[in-house]
Design a protein around this ligand. Structure first.
Ligand SMILES: [Zn+2]
Length: 308
């Protein structure tokens, strides 16, 4: 059933990655009459992708659009806005940020007048680290971003809550799990559409980035994701997911954490654990080379604190 559903999702515009200096186009996937996913290019921010490397979800409501995740620069936000204009003439009235990382939030500035929603911790972290993210983006894409500045949420939700809201005639469940990918994640579930939007708690074909993570909580959140009745699952990066993909992600994360913990309990150092871990389930994922070393260090620190 889920496979059929995804198969039927209509490819409206096909994505292209342009030469350096040109903003790429997202691949637009129509999930149903009112929900579209904008699949961004996959990878780290670069001169090639101009900081556009995130997925966004466009929910067309009665009078306006609810956008989930706004892109990594003001220019990416404008590219997303132009893409939305090809779907509907309605303006973006709400932007939901799934977490504070710059690739998901720095496009907020392009949606003037829209109400921004996030978890409480996301708002705090956008205020605290937003300008650092602008600098990180500038150095990765290789040019200045004079018009990009962090815009924190004006409406926030506390950790470990699920709030139901009706925005533009669309029912949304805003779930703030215990901090997982970051201290302030939010997932969005559309009960009438059976669509779950995961932010970076869910990523597909690319390695999950644990730099700001609580891996133990993350594994717990992945278990709870499996309770949702979701015909379509939107990851923060990579192609649309199915529930078996979520199960697989939970399994490799669980085995990874257990492997680091077992090594720690044997008295192995961070680098000895690196050599001893079975990483077969991870090696085929994009950005393995750039991200896995940092993930192991992060897991080691978390295990050390948990076993102190
Ligand atoms: Zn991300």
């Amino acid at each position: 059933m889920k496979r059929i559903f995804l198969f039927l999702a209509i490819l409206v515009f096909s994505g292209t990655v342009c030469a350096d200096g040109k903003m790429p186009e997202p691949k637009v996937v129509k999930i149903n009459e009112r929900v579209y996913v904008l699949l961004g290019p996959l990878g780290q921010p670069s001169a090639h992708n101009q900081g556009y490397m995130v997925n966004s979800t466009v929910i067309v409501g009665d009078q306006g659009v609810i956008l989930v995740d706004s892109g990594g620069t003001d220019e990416v936000g404008r590219q997303i806005d132009r893409t939305i204009a090809r779907i509907t003439p309605k303006p973006v009235t709400h932007v939901i940020n799934t977490h504070h990382h710059g690739d998901h939030t720095l496009g907020n500035v392009a949606f003037k007048g829209a109400e921004i929603l996030s978890s409480e911790q996301c708002k705090v972290l956008v205020e605290k680290t937003g300008m650092d993210w602008v600098r990180i983006m500038e150095s990765m894409i290789g040019h200045k971003l004079p018009n990009t500045r962090p815009v924190p949420a004006s409406l926030t939700f506390a950790e470990d809550t699920r709030a139901e809201r009706n925005l533009q005639g669309v029912r949304l469940v805003l779930w703030v799990p215990h901090g997982s990918h970051t201290p302030g994640d939010m997932m969005v579930y559309l009960p009438d559409d059976k669509i779950l939007i995961g932010g970076d708690i869910l990523v597909n074909t690319i390695i999950p980035n644990m730099r700001d993570a609580n891996i133990h909580n993350w594994i717990g959140a992945l278990a709870k994701v499996q309770d949702f009745d979701a015909a379509a699952i939107v990851p923060g990066h990579g192609p649309l997911m199915t529930m078996p993909d979520v199960v697989r992600l939970q399994r490799i994360m669980t085995d990874f954490y257990a492997g680091v913990e077992a090594g720690y309990k044997k008295g192995l150092t961070d680098s000895e654990i690196r050599g001893a871990l079975n990483l077969d389930g991870w090696k085929g994922l994009k950005e393995y080379e750039t991200t896995m070393g940092g993930n192991i260090s992060r897991a080691y620190l978390e295990v050390e604190v948990a076993n102190f």
